[in-house]
Design a protein around this ligand. Sequence first.
Ligand SMILES: [Zn+2]
Length: 408
Amino acid sequence: MALRAQKIALHPTEEQVEAFNLHVQFARAAYNAAHADWNADRRNSLYDLKKIFNSRKREVFPEFAACSQNAGKNAIHSFGDAIARYKSGQNGAPKRKTHKSAPAFQIDNGVNTVKMTEDGKHVVLPIIGNVRLHEPPRWTGEVRRAFVKRIAHRWYLSILVDVDVPEPPDTSALPAAGCDVGISALATMDDGTVYENPRALRVNERKLRRANKALARKTFLSRNWWKAKERLARLHARIANVRTDAHHQVTHRILQGISALGIESLTVKGLMKNRKLSKALADASLGGFLVKLKYKAVWRGIRIVSADKFWPSTQRCSSCGDVKRGEFKLTLKDREYHCGICGLVEDRDVNAAINLRQLASSTEESQNACGDAVTPTLVGWHQNPRVRGRSRKPLTEQRLVDFAQVSR
Ligand SMILES: [Zn+2]
């Protein structure tokens, strides 16, 4: 059993939208009530907070009497989670929800209390009733949790489903591949296939500027201000959608017909500190891309072999294994790799991708009889840059394995 999530767009009627909005307010009010009760006396447990809220809700919040009580209860539960994170030191103290908080509420009352209709066209929500789904749910199984939320103008149902997962297919007969992830192209494969980056933010930068300016010129909270605000929110949502869609399509294509994939372990956080790169990087959202690549690989029985941070995938010749050092190093401007030893001329990213493929396939051969992946052995010399500069040995295939961090 495993949990799978899906976000499905909804087509609610006008009355249902009204009900959604009321539930959002109810969830927020319950959360804030629990917040106030906890701040009044921090010895209150989650159970106490729920009891206090339930004893008072009828007189304090008569306007929410028609709402499903699940929305309020779940909001207090999520406040309990926030407290747990606060106590473990993961977060700061929880803050009150305001009109700026994400418009969302959790509607289920435990396992399988929210169900889809037989034909898969509607979801049956407590109190609110049957709401039409934009597409049928992808997973069948027990619905563990169900959330309703709004992003820009659209309402969504987010479900967490407990599904029986079939064993991933046996891919051992298939070849390995390498993939160089970057900004100019989202992914470059070892066979030369290039997946472009949609650069959703950059394409829509002018539109965003205009929408932001339009909003700033309107009278705050006026009718036209709300209209301008929605236009801006829709644009932001569209940018995010274009990006996610590209990620899903590219990761799907990359993971066809392979057994292992070599990638670089990117330190996006570190790269974001570079001001010249940070905007383009954030637009590419490489972190999100790698997350999708990794979970899809697990589903399809594909090993992801991520190269160590110091693995010179760009500087190594994919043909003879020579590594460029010092003044001979490729800079960001050099788009082609010229090898001075064997004369190889190759596109910079393709060369890196081939290196990563060799890394992925070399770890495959060194798997032991039980099929367990080898534990990555991190040799000391390449972790220390000073010592690294002194090494003259070319990185041959036998030594590639030292750099591999095998997932799964
Ligand atoms: Zn060479």
